[in-house]
Design a protein around this ligand. Sequence first.
Ligand code: ZN
Length: 270
Amino acid sequence: MPELPEVEITRRGIAGPLTGRRIDACTIRNGGLRWPVPAHLAGSLPGQTLREIDRRGKYLLLRLDHGTLIIHLGMSGSLRVLPNGVPPEKHDHIDIVFGDATLRLRDPRRFGAMLWHDGPDARHPLLAHLGPEPLGADFSAGALAGALAHRRCAIKLAIMDSAVVVGVGNIYASESLFRARIRPGKAAHRLTGPQVARLADEIRQTLRDALAAGGSTLRDFLHTDGQPGYFQQSYFVYGRDGEACRVCGTAIRSRRLGSRSTFFCTTCQR
Ligand code: ZN
C-alpha cells in the first residue's frame, strides 16, 4: 500500500512535468474504483489548467480551474507520466492527457479513488476530519499529547488514526514506535510526556528518512511499467519477525493488533 512518503514522492514527480499545463483529454477505461469515478470528468476536465498539486494525508489534490481532482492510490495504485501513445495495459484505468504527456492511473486492486470537488477542502467528507500533517507545523508533542490523552486504544492504532495524525500507515507506525522505544500495544493515554515527545519526533524523522530514500527512486517511480515498490530501506522491525533486533540482538516479535501485523522488540520497547 502506498504510504505517505510514496504519495509525496508521486506528488513531486507529477507536479514538475504537469503544473501549469492544460488538459486536452480524459479517458476513463474503468471507473469502478473504490467509489465510481464521475463519468463527467471525461467532458469536464479538458480545457482546465493544472494550477498546483497539494497533498493532504494520502490524498493528492490536483487544483484545476474549476475545482479539485482528488486522487487516492488505495492499496495498489500508481500514477505515471508517460509520452502520449503508450498502449494501456490491463490495469491502466484512467488517462489524463496534458499536451504531449499522459498522466496514467494504474490500480490492479481498484481500492483507489478519483473524485471531483468544487468547494473548500474542509467541506469534503474525506478531507473534513483529517488531523495534522506529520511533517507540518501543526504536529507537535503538545498536539499529540492532547490527541492521546483520552484514547485508551493501543498507541499503534492511535497513531494510525487519521484524526490523530494523517498518513502514518502500518510500516511507519511500527518503525516510529521502535525508534521511540515504545511497545505498540501500550495504551495510548498511558504514554509519559517524554514518550510522547520522542514519538512525535520519531514519526517525523521516520517519514523524512523514507522521503530521502525515495528521492533517488523517482525516475523508476514515474517511467517504468513496474509497480512502484516500497523504498529500499533497512527497516528496524517491519517484516522482520524472528530476525535479530538491529540494536540489541533480541528476536523481533510480531502480533496482530487491530487486524494488522505489528513488529516490535521486547527488549528495546517498553
Ligand atoms: Zn532490540
